[in-house]
Design a protein around this ligand. Structure first.
Ligand code: ATP
Length: 284
């Protein structure tokens, strides 16, 4: 089996190695989704059904989109992203058509991933949905998920969706939400979003791992104290830590420019251990 992280991606998008503090999640995903994406015929050949959908939930900025993109890059799958609120904003009938088109494209280019951001915007519990249109969108989404994936025949023999090249396809749907409880329970049953991953706000240890990844390619002095930063950033999610690192870098560049009155060639700034200097400066 090919280990995730060891394959070359055909673009420069994020890989598993770019995600900090999620080792257990990544190990789990390796077996549950990377293997079926890489070997779409494996599960059907054993009479098994691979994961149809993954529901990622957690606060904004905790890495849901990053994770979805990394799964695509690790597996080489085609990646289609839609933002659910945009879908509902269309005129009646348009949204269902968009969903059908999207899944049809995903089926044609399988193995593929359909990533639906803010899925609660279209897939809220149906009894809460006021508008007829929204109910139809949820139904359409479920139909597409059922059709584009291996489905159970009444006699429980497994059927595989066949792709134009005659090989079994695999379309993985990944939904992201900050409000998992608002989702229609029909979407959370096996065969639809049958794998749920909760990405909470990171604790100190996880923040340290995220910071290590985010500063991996930065020029830091050997004794740079990431532990201290991890300790002093409670409540920060990955997106906040990313912004912190970039802000620190920007400050370091600014300090060098202002203090040296723009005398320095750009190379000497690039060679500075800039993040450490910026952080130290902020503290005093
Ligand atoms: P939203 O709910 O607002 O869409 P999200 O959960 O999808 O947010 P992302 O967009 O994936 O969050 O994360 C934003 C950025 O934060 C990422 O591009 C990355 O730079 C950084 N980030 C988040 N989590 C991690 C992590 N675990 N490791 C490394 N970087 C991270």
């Amino acid at each position: 089996m090919v280990k995730a992280g060891s394959r070359k991606s055909n673009n420069n998008g994020p890989r598993f190695e770019d995600i900090g503090g999620m080792d257990d999640v990544l190990d789990h995903l390796e077996m549950e989704v990377i293997v079926p994406l890489l070997h779409p015929d494996l599960y059907p050949s054993l009479g098994l059904r691979a994961t149809a959908g993954v529901l990622l939930h957690g606060p904004p900025g905790c890495g849901k989109t990053l994770l979805a993109r990394a799964i695509a890059n690790e597996s080489g799958a085609s990646f289609y992203k839609i933002s659910a609120p945009e879908l509902v904003s269309g005129v009646s009938g348009e949204s269902e058509e968009n969903i059908r088109e999207l899944f049809s494209k995903a089926n044609r280019t399988a193995p593929s991933i359909v990533f639906i951001d803010e899925i609660d915007a279209i897939a809220s519990k149906r009894e809460n949905l006021q508008r007829e249109m929204e109910k139809r969108i949820v139904t359409q989404l479920m139909t597409c998920m059922d059709e584009s994936h291996r489905t159970s025949k009444p006699d429980d023999a497994l059927e595989t969706t066949e792709m134009p090249n005659g090989k079994p396809g695999y379309v993985l749907v990944i939904g992201a939400t900050n409000r998992p409880d608002a989702l229609d329970p029909a979407l959370r049953r096996p065969g639809r979003f049958d794998l749920e991953i909760s990405l909470g706000a990171p604790n100190e240890d996880t923040r340290l791992k995220i910071l290590s990844v985010l500063t991996r390619d930065k020029k830091l002095e050997g004794d740079f104290d990431l532990i201290k930063i991890a300790r002093s950033t409670p409540g920060f999610v990955g997106a906040d830590l990313d912004r912190l690192v970039n802000t620190a870098g920007g400050l370091a560049i600014r300090r060098v420019f202002y203090k040296r009155k723009l005398e320095l060639p750009i190379e000497s700034i690039q060679n500075k251990n800039w993040l450490k200097k910026a952080w130290t400066h902020e503290e005093h």
